[in-house]
Design a protein around this ligand. Structure first.
Ligand code: ATP
Length: 801
């Protein structure tokens, strides 16, 4: 016989307070109890009186208040959150069953599925899963007493730009049930515990009781939502079907709805009751009549029963989703829209945001797996927070369709942890613990391939971006709408995840060159846009061997840097690196396409030869030697003729392998950096002088005439300090610098260097008595205008003010 039931079948009475009043054992409840229960309205409902009561943790309570009072119109999201939790719970038990099959149980309990049932009359929507379930302790902890890390973040977010749609991302999705329900019961059975009921009206408290009255679940969780008056639409089957289709399309477990169906049935009827219309309408009923006639002749003689056709509502489980996982399909059969929706379900973000890019592939060979990787449209705000200390793996690992974990940080290196997606491996063993899996040799191969594919995907974002292509390509007239969508995508990618690429260069020596190709930066020739190393190389001057760069706080400052003077004049391009991470990056990125990198504020800058260099060196020998001696106390390694200056008298450059001035600044700003190490890492300093500059030329003359002159030494020292500052260093002793400037100012103003500072006139201290008098006077004076105010003309007041 067909699975059939009437509307009430399977629907369990909503438990009410009275259910357990006086702890009447379940079997002993009387009919009157039931009647009483039935008559109770939702508004009067209160939590079971003898249940154990708990208070919600304060943040959770605030969160629930926000949800309850929310005017958010899209209340649909609750279903997606509940189904997502059910799916997680099913994943958990399926994972455990890999090692111990017993945990699944037998019969229906072993069916890994989700069931949705409606009770229109009592306005209850129930969602049940046969997942792992929750013990009593789990219920207490998970649903109310322990605030998740995302709770306060979510509460905060809601208070500013509240988009409740984001709730799932903060790990507090369960509470969204209060968008539609005013009373919720969670019935749960875990293999290690009895069946319990959690219930709450979201009024600051929840209660837990051992469940002795509901149908035993076997294992899993049933959430009963007692819907609010205005949430009646969620009792419509069509609405639920639409929602499951819309939001839970990618759930890998069957979702069934206890759906009604109108069927034609034949029912026996009394002749008198049967209307003419009905009997004459259908031939089947006539045939039935014949059959019944035969029967009645056999069984009954006095009356001839008739049958008629009638409509009857039957119920059966209707499957709402297609459980075929998207990653198992061929990429060419999956539409962009499907990928977008799949991405949204993975990250639990159901807005309009589309992933920036994706790659879907099958790896074959020794290690076989399928994977889908996505570049999200935006970087999470905390992407680089405690970057090296936290595990932020975002890939889900499946082994032969079974979800294993989303906490495997062995799948991708840290710098690619911004990617989302999943890997389904056929090679990894199923029946081993997560720990053993973590050490499996195939993981290394998977990781290697994932990195390659990920970097390819990122490279393609750039390749397909019309803004990125060279001028040659730009002349093509035909620009498709696809181009429009891809326009500017790489800049967007770079702004969101550029730092990750840089960290990749630091961390991943194997892929350093591939990553360097993805680098973008501004330069003296990039015209305010981003440019790449390949583009830089294509613009290099004939004979230019090195790639020039400079580091600092911002482009505007760097553009004025004396280090660029001659390079700019000679039309060399210089890269601006303004992110603190760039300093680290450049310690690892030594060369690119056989070109070395040269920091233009460091030693070793080679430009085209100046024919006079040797000669100049000779003519300035006396000055450079003298100056080095004058700076003996300053840890200056050398004084040399510069090849990088044009209109600045001198700069201080650092040795090739020590810290640049910018790096010194970065290190000093790190609270935990070790001062003693700083001294060690500080680059040696070389004062470079501009032999064409009048100040330098004059100094040379003076040194030749009077090398011992004290004021000359002072001036040379002051010039050095100024050069230090202009070169980006911070001065050890700013006071000393200031004093030197003032004495120089004195001399330019023709003030005697020993001119005394005028003494301040001693004011006689008033005696204590006078002081008291004055004080009183003062308060009187202050009080007077207030008293006068009313008598004074407004214009006077104004004048006084
Ligand atoms: N159907 C269920 N079966 C078993 N445990 C559940 C179920 N629903 C919720 N839980 C437990 O309650 C916890 C809280 O659920 P909640 O939805 O608020 O957060 P989450 O599931 O961790 O995150 P998200 O909202 O992103 O799914 C879950 O982590 C889980 O431990």
């Amino acid at each position: 016989r067909k699975l059939q039931a009437n509307a009430d079948e399977g629907a369990v009475d909503p438990p009410k307070v009275e259910d357990k009043i006086g702890a009447v054992p379940n079997g002993l409840q009387t009919d009157s109890d039931v009647v009483k229960r039935e008559s109770e309205s939702i508004s009067k409902r209160s939590l079971r009186s003898n249940a154990e009561k708990f208070e919600f943790q304060a943040e959770v309570s605030r969160l629930m208040d926000i949800i309850i009072n929310s005017l958010y119109s899209n209340k649909d999201i609750f279903l997606r959150e509940i189904i997502s939790n059910a799916s997680d719970a099913l994943d958990k038990i399926r994972f455990l069953s890999l090692v111990d099959k017993e945990v699944l149980g037998e019969g229906d309990t072993a069916k890994l599925e989700i069931q949705i049932k409606l009770d229109k009359e009592k306005k209850i929507l129930s969602i049940r899963d046969r997942g792992i379930g929750m013990t009593k302790e789990d219920l207490i902890k998970n649903l109310g007493t322990i605030a998740k890390s995302g709770t306060s973040a979510f509460v905060e977010k809601m208070q500013t730009s509240g988009d409740l749609n984001l709730i799932g991302q903060f790990g507090v999705g369960f509470y969204s049930v209060y968008l539609v329900a005013d009373y919720v019961e969670v019935i749960s059975k875990h293999n290690d515990d009895k069946q319990y009921v959690w219930e709450s009206k979201a009024d600051g408290a929840f209660a837990i009781s051992e469940d002795t009255w509901n149908e035993p679940l076997g294992r899993g969780t049933e959430i009963k939502l007692h819907l609010r008056e205005e949430a009646g639409e969620y009792l419509e089957e069509s609405k639920l079907k639409d929602l499951v289709k819309k939001y839970s399309e990618f759930i890998n477990f069957p979702i069934h709805l206890w759906a009604s169906k109108e069927v034609d049935v034949e029912v026996t009827s009394d002749e008198d009751e049967t209307s003419d219309e009905e009997t004459s309408k259908s031939s089947t009923s006539e045939e039935g009549e014949d059959e019944d006639t035969e029967k009645s002749e056999d069984e009954e003689t006095e009356k001839k029963p008739k049958t008629k056709k009638a409509k009857e509502t039957t119920y059966e489980w209707e499957l709402l989703n297609d459980v075929k996982a998207i990653w198992l399909r061929s990429p060419k059969d999956v539409t962009d829209e499907e990928y977008t929706k799949f991405y949204q379900s993975l990250v639990k973000e159901f807005g309009d945001e589309k992933p920036m890019s994706w790659t879907h592939f099958t790896a074959e060979g020794d290690v076989e797996f399928k994977a889908v990787l996505f570049v999200p449209p935006k970087a999470p705000h905390d992407l680089y927070e405690s970057y090296y200390n936290t595990n932020k793996a975002n890939l889900k690992l499946y082994v032969r369709r079974v979800f294993i974990s989303d906490e495997f940080d062995e799948l991708l290196p840290k710098y690619l942890s911004f990617l989302k997606g999943l890997v389904d491996s056929d090679t990894l063993p199923l029946n081993v613990s997560r720990e053993m899996l973590q050490q499996h040799s195939s993981l290394k191969t998977i990781k290697k391939k994932l990195i390659r594919k990920a970097l390819d995907m990122i490279r393609k974002i750039a390749e397909e971006d019309p803004d990125e292509s060279s001028d040659k390509d730009k002349t093509e007239v035909d620009t498709s709408s696809d181009d429009d969508e891809k326009k500017g995508q790489y800049t967007k990618f770079w702004n969101e995840f550029g730092k990750s690429i840089k960290l990749g260069i630091v961390e991943d020596a194997t892929n350093r060159n591939r990553l360097a190709k993805l680098l973008r930066f501004e330069s003296t020739k990039s015209d305010g846009k981003l440019t790449s190393l390949d583009q830089y190389i294509s613009r290099m001057k004939p004979g230019q061997k090195d790639i020039f760069y400079i580091t600092g706080t911002n482009k505007e400052q760097l553009e004025k840097s004396p280090f660029l003077e001659r390079l700019k004049k000679k039309n060399y391009e210089v890269i601006f690196f303004t992110d603190p991470v760039d300093e680290y990056l450049m310690q690892y990125l030594m060369d690119y396409e056989d070109k070395k990198f040269q920091n233009v504020s460091k030693e070793g800058l080679k430009l085209e030869r100046d024919s006079k260099t040797k000669e100049l060196k000779e003519t300035f020998k006396e000055l450079t030697k003298w100056w080095k001696g004058a700076l003996a106390s300053e840890n200056v390694d050398d004084v040399k003729i510069s090849n990088r200056l044009d209109n600045t008298p001198c700069v201080v450059v650092t040795s090739k392998f020590g810290w640049s001035a910018n790096m010194e600044r970065i290190m000093q700003s790190q609270t935990l950096s070790d001062a003693s190490k700083q001294g060690y890492m500080r680059g040696k300093r070389v004062l470079e002088i501009n032999p064409r500059h009048p100040i330098i030329k004059e100094l040379r003359e003076r040194v030749a005439n009077d090398p011992e002159g004290e004021s000359l030494k002072q001036t040379a020292y002051l010039i050095y300090q100024t050069a230090l500052m202009e070169s980006g260093f911070s001065l050890n002793d700013p006071k000393d610098f200031a004093n030197r400037i003032y004495s120089s100012v004195k001399s330019s103003l023709n003030i005697n260097p020993d001119a005394a500072i005028e003494e301040e006139e001693e004011v006689e201290e008033p005696e204590a008595e006078n002081e008291a008098k004055e004080d009183a006077g003062a308060s009187k004076v202050e009080a007077e205008p207030v008293e006068d105010e009313e008598d004074t003309e407004p214009s006077d007041v104004h004048d006084e003010l």
